[in-house]
Design a binder for this molecule. Structure first.
Ligand code: NDP
Ligand code: GDR
Length: 371
């Protein structure tokens, strides 16, 4: 039985990857951070009691900023595969916490690579690094391939650039099986609530149910190549099953703007929008309400506005990936379209909003976190 260690197992990708590896018969180990409240919501459904005989999912307290902890965990497990998904993964937050982001995202990766080397596991343990389309940043060609030059535009992108090259360097220096998946944006109903797609689908679910009056966004012109996280974690595993380690772009090859994702999400909730105004004065007004999912809105309501606080000091305006190499060498193609993914996210968030609306009708407090 193969053993895998996942950093970031409590995150979006970590949860889907853990499910996937368990279904393949792996013993899955995950590093979770100490938190004052439970932070395992995304993996509670696959949790196994440590008192069970031979649990296949085992969690360890740890942190990418703590070398001795990483060395001890890796030494104890002797994993066949390590998936380094842990990161301060929010681009806007990285401008607020650049040093911490570098510590976790750049040096954290180095700490794991060094642990593998120091423990004499270079010939045993295969390493996957969660690299990102944010490496391209200010793009010099479109679509982007494995050969497109990097020009990151945030402390997050710069930290991930270090991690990308550290991974390549350990492969070249020590013959380690180490690869970079250069993944373009991928989303799901488990996406963190402050990333733009989930912020939008959750907001429209709440607005439709009369729980929230308005969605505030930043740059709606940004273009992204959005795929589904479930498709992308399959690819992370495939990358570690090859004869030779290599780096791959993982993307759908299609891009849409944030504004188009807003329209698509609203329509899924039964709301037709018209956009007027420019820049910080842009608004979206309800022009029709269809079906029975949106009793909380009326024609004429303004339900989307721009708030400059969500603009970034430097923006990545357009990302579009070319996954031809992954298709040719690994036979990978994404199975879920952005439309299907958007529908799944809105329906998931509508279900939660409807439950809260019922509680509210009966006088219960239904306030939820917003970011
Ligand atoms: P999430 O933000 O959902 O998850 C990040 C995970 O990292 C969480 O489990 C988080 O723990 C953990 N983490 C954060 N800081 C530390 C730390 N100091 N030590 C240990 N663990 C830590 O990200 P995603 O699942 O979306 O992304 C997974 C990886 O892929 C990340 O590295 C991200 O940068 C990268 N990536 C993501 C893309 C995307 O579109 N989703 C695209 C390209 C790359 P906690 O739950 O406690 O916060
Ligand atoms: P990104 O994702 O920065 O691409 O990083 P995010 O969803 O945060 O932003 C996408 C685009 O939407 C614009 N935007 C807003 N973004 C947020 N979060 N909130 C807003 O209100 C808002 N309004 C407009 C942004 O400016 C941006 O252009 C994600 C993360 O998962 C990274 O970890 C990963 O590496 C990359 O995707 C690929």
């Amino acid at each position: 039985m193969k053993k895998a260690l996942i950093t970031g197992i409590t995150g979006q990708d970590g949860s889907y990857l853990a499910e996937f590896l368990l279904s393949k018969g792996y013993e899955v180990h995950g590093i979770k951070r100490r938190s004052s409240s439970f932070n395992t919501g995304r993996i509670d459904h696959i949790y196994q009691d440590p008192h069970d005989v031979n649990p296949k999912l085992i969690l360890h307290y740890g942190d990418l900023t703590d070398s001795s902890n990483l060395v001890r965990i890796i030494s104890d497990i002797q994993p066949d595969e390590i998936y380094n998904l842990g990161a301060q993964s929010h681009v806007a937050v990285s401008f607020e916490q650049p040093e911490y982001t570098a510590d976790v995202d750049a040096l954290g990766t180095l700490r794991i690579l060094e642990a593998i080397r120091l423990l004499g596991l270079t010939n045993k343990t295969r390493f996957y690094q969660a690299s990102t389309s944010e490496l391209y940043g200010f793009v010099s060609e479109s679509p982007q391939t494995e050969k497109t030059p990097f020009h990151p535009r945030s402390p997050y992108g710069v930290a991930k650039l270090y991690a990308y090259w550290a991974t390549v360097n350990y492969r070249e220096s020590y013959g380690m099986y180490a690869c970079n998946g250069i993944l373009f944006n991928h989303e799901s109903p488990r996406r963190g609530e402050t990333f733009v797609t989930r912020k939008i689908t959750r907001a429209f679910a709440n607005i439709a149910q009369g729980l929230d009056p308005c969605l505030y966004l930043g740059n709606m012109d940004a273009l992204r190549d959005w795929g589904h996280a479930r498709d992308y974690v399959r690819m992370q595993w495939m990358m570690l099953q090859q004869d030779v380690a290599d780096d791959f772009v993982i993307a759908t090859g299609k891009q849409i703007s944030v504004r188009e994702f807003v329209k698509m999400s609203a329509l899924e909730a039964g709301i037709e929008l018209e956009f007027t105004g420019k820049g910080i004065n842009e608004i979206a007004t309800v022009i029709a309400v269809n079906g029975d999912n949106a009793p909380g809105v009326s024609v004429g309501d303004v339900i989307v506005k721009v708030d400059p606080r969500y603009f970034r000091p430097a923006e990545v305006e357009s990302l579009l990936g070319n996954p031809a190499k992954a298709k040719a060498k690994l036979g990978w193609t994404p199975e879920i379209t952005v439309e299907e993914m958007c529908a799944e996210m809105v329906q998931h968030d509508l279900l939660e909003a409807k439950q809260r609306a019922i509680l509210k009708q009966h006088g219960y407090d239904v306030s939820v976190a917003k970011g």
